[in-house]
Design a protein around this ligand. Structure first.
Ligand code: HEC
Ligand code: HEC
Length: 272
C-alpha cells in the first residue's frame, strides 16, 4: 500500500469516535468571538444587530419586560463575549439542555426568558416575537464555527473552591466600601447620569436582580466577582474575599421572585 493511503487510514481511525468512550460530551472548544465584519448582510444581519443592541441596552429596548435597571450585558459582559461571564458564544448548539432548576429540558429561548423573569426582575418576552428572534439570531451568529453539542471554554462562570472559612458578610461590607462602592454606590443602587440613565448597575435594592436569579446564589456571585470585579481589575480579590463579598451582596434586600419555592423539583439544588 502507498504511504499516503496508510496515512489516510490512520487518520480515519484517529477521527473515529470510540464506541467505549466514557464521556460522550464533546470537548469544550476555544472561545472565539467572530469579527464584527462577519455579521451577515440583509434582514438576517439586521436581526443580529438588533439582538446585540437589545443585549446591551435591554431596559431601553424592552421597558415592559424589564423590571429593573440592568441590561443583559451587566452580567453577560461585553455583549456576552467574555469567558467566565456566562458568554453567549457557542450556546446555539448546546440547547435543548436539561436544567435542574426547572426540572425540565429547556430551549435556548426558555433560558433567555429565565433571565428576563429572574435576572431582569421582569416578564418573559414572546417566544415568536421579533425581539426573541433578534436575540437568537445574535447568539447564533456569535456561535459561528462552534460544533453542535460543544460548549466553549469559559462557558458559565469560573469554578471557585469552597470557602476556607464560613463566609463573613461583615467583612464583605468592609471590602465592598473599599473596592466596589465607588462604582456601584454606597447603598448598592448604582450610579445614574444627570438624565436618569444608569452608568453603573445596582447590586441590590429594587432596581437590581431578584432573589430567584442565578446571581443571587452565593456560589455564582462569588465566582463572578472573583474573576471579573472590580471591573477591569478582575482577579485582584482572593477566593475568601469573593465569598465574603458574595455573602454581603446576596444578603442585601432585593426584589422577591415569585415561584422560587418550586425550583429544583427533581432535586439537584446546589448547596450554596
Ligand atoms: C444579574 C445578572 C444577569 C443578567 C442581568 C442576565 N443574566 Fe443571563 N444568566 C445569569 C446567570 C448567573 C446565568 C447562569 C445560570 C443561572 O444560574 O441562572 C445566566 C444564564 C443565561 C443563559 C444560559 C447560559 C448557558 O451557558 O447556558 C442565557 C442564554 C442567558 N443567561 C441570557 C440572558 C439574557 C438574554 C439576558 C438579558 C435579557 C440575561 N441573560 C440577563 C445572569 C444574568
Ligand atoms: C470601575 C467600576 C466598578 C467597580 C469598582 C466594581 N464594578 Fe461591578 N460592575 C461594573 C460595571 C460597569 C458592571 C456592568 C458591566 C458592564 O456594563 O460592562 C458591573 C457589574 C457587576 C455585577 C453584575 C451586575 C449587577 O449590577 O448585579 C456584580 C454582581 C458586580 N459588578 C459586583 C461588583 C463587586 C462585588 C465589586 C467590588 C469587588 C465591583 N462590582 C466593583 C463596574 C464596577
Amino acid at each position: 500500500m502507498k504511504r499516503g493511503a496508510w496515512i489516510g487510514i490512520l487518520l480515519m481511525v484517529g477521527l473515529m469516535p470510540s464506541a467505549h468512550a466514557a464521556d460522550p460530551a464533546p470537548r469544550a472548544v476555544p472561545l472565539v468571538v467572530p469579527a464584527p465584519q462577519t455579521m451577515p448582510d440583509g434582514p438576517l444581519g439586521e436581526a443580529v444587530r438588533q439582538g446585540l443592541s437589545i443585549v446591551n441596552a435591554t431596559k431601553a429596548a424592552l421597558p415592559d419586560n424589564v423590571g429593573n435597571a440592568l441590561n443583559c450585558a451587566s452580567c453577560h459582559l461585553n455583549g456576552g463575549t467574555v469567558a467566565n461571564a456566562a458568554p453567549f458564544v457557542g450556546l446555539w448548539g448546546v440547547f435543548p439542555e436539561y436544567f435542574a432548576r426547572s426540572g425540565r429540558v429547556e430551549t435556548l429561548a426558555d433560558r433567555i426568558n429565565d433571565c428576563f423573569a429572574r435576572s431582569m426582575n421582569g416578564q418573559p418576552i414572546a417566544v415568536d416575537g421579533d425581539p426573541m428572534r433578534a436575540i437568537l439570531a445574535y447568539i447564533a451568529w456569535l456561535s459561528t464555527g462552534v460544533p453542535t453539542g460543544a460548549g466553549v471554554e469559559g462557558r458559565g462562570f469560573a469554578a471557585i473552591a469552597a470557602p476556607a472559612r464560613a463566609p463573613d458578610a461583615g467583612r464583605g461590607a468592609q471590602l465592598y466600601a473599599q473596592r466596589c462602592a465607588s462604582c456601584h454606590g454606597q447603598d448598592g443602587a448604582g450610579l445614574k447620569a444627570a438624565d436618569g440613565s444608569y452608568v453603573m448597575p445596582p447590586l441590590w435594592g429594587p432596581q437590581s436582580f431578584s432573589d430567584g436569579a442565578g446571581m443571587a446564589r452565593a456560589s455564582v456571585a462569588a465566582a463572578f466577582v472573583r474573576t471579573k470585579m472590580p471591573l477591569g481589575r478582575g482577579g485582584s480579590l482572593d477566593e475568601q474575599d469573593a465569598w465574603d463579598l458574595a455573602a454581603f451582596m446576596t444578603g442585601a434586600p432585593r426584589p422577591a421572585f415569585a415561584g422560587g419555592a418550586k425550583d429544583y423539583p427533581k432535586g439537584g439544588r446546589p448547596a450554596r
